[in-house]
Design a protein. Structure first.
Length: 294
């Protein structure tokens, strides 16, 4: 019949659109995608407001069992797939949509606010952003830096970079698995602090490429956008590596060339005692040629 992919926005149960709410209430089955992002409320509040039973769709369900649990029922029923933010902002959701269409299942999208738009609340103009990048958690054996080249590309063009920070939900505990027990690690959400620390470490390792400078490049930390506890903090990477923005979810912006109007808003969010100077917004392409080629 139909698969409805419905954006919930960034805040709570009331951020759903009127059309989205009507479709949820008409649906035979309702799933909540719960691994690319999180709402600031629990499933029970959604169920009470929507007057519907909701099934949590973790990564395993969506990637491995969507065929039988979501798509097969959607052939004959109305199935609502709820997504925090907007349903087209994650590759996983696009993949689910394509799989549904291959099975001749009608797909309807209901859009909503997402971090891609809410990032503009810091004062930066959205049309001045380049590639969005993801910053993954590092561990002792895995420290990917593929995002660095995209940040450098954006900065060379004077563009801002929105960094989406890693979420680890329902990650298997391999030590427990080796003992024959199924156990999951506690959820982890990357903070602006951790992201800034990793970016500083990358800068030290790949300094000659000069994608940014931890001491002078303007950066902006975003936390819980669209919620009553929303917080925005601006400063250098070194300053943000020590800034506490509270609970998840966090995002980080590495600024490119800023217009004076953008800076006029951003200055309100500078950390107290910041060493960043509003007239010191040096973009990469303004460096001497010898610096760019290093």
């Amino acid at each position: 019949m139909t698969l409805y992919m419905i954006g919930l926005g960034l805040g709570d149960e009331k951020d759903i659109t009127v059309r989205g709410l009507e479709l949820v209430q008409q649906a035979d089955m309702v799933f909540l995608e719960a691994y690319t992002s999180i709402l600031g409320i629990d499933k029970e509040r959604l169920e009470a407001f929507y007057d519907k039973t909701i099934t949590i769709a973790d990564r395993g369900l969506v990637e491995n069992d969507a065929e039988s649990l979501i798509l097969e029922p959607a052939k004959s029923q109305k199935v609502a797939f709820l997504v925090v933010g907007d349903p087209v902002c994650a590759t996983t959701h696009t993949d689910l949509m394509l799989r549904a269409k291959q099975l001749s299942i009608k797909v309807e999208m209901v859009h909503n606010a997402s971090i891609m738009g809410a990032a503009g609340a810091c004062g930066l103009q959205l049309y001045n952003f380049g590639h969005t990048v993801s910053i993954p958690f590092w561990d002792d054996k895995w420290k990917p830096t593929s995002f660095y080249e995209k940040i450098k590309y954006n900065r060379q063009g004077g563009m801002h970079t929105l960094c989406l920070l890693d979420i680890k939900v329902k990650e298997p505990d391999f030590d427990a698995m080796m003992k024959g027990r199924q156990k999951f690690l506690p959820p982890r959400y990357m903070s602006v602090q951790i992201a800034a620390q990793q970016l500083l470490e990358v800068e030290d390792a790949i300094l000659q490429q000069r994608a940014y400078d931890g001491r002078t490049t303007l950066c902006i930390g975003l936390a819980r956008m669209g919620q009553p506890t929303q917080k925005i903090v601006a400063g250098t990477l070194q300053e943000l590596s020590k800034a506490d923005l509270g609970g998840p979810l966090h995002s980080l912006i590495i600024c490119g060339e800023c217009h004076e109007l953008e800076l006029e808003v951003v200055k309100e969010f500078l950390v107290e005692g910041s060493t960043y100077q509003l007239d010191n917004n040096t973009k990469l392409e303004s460096l001497p040629p010898s610096e760019q080629e290093r």
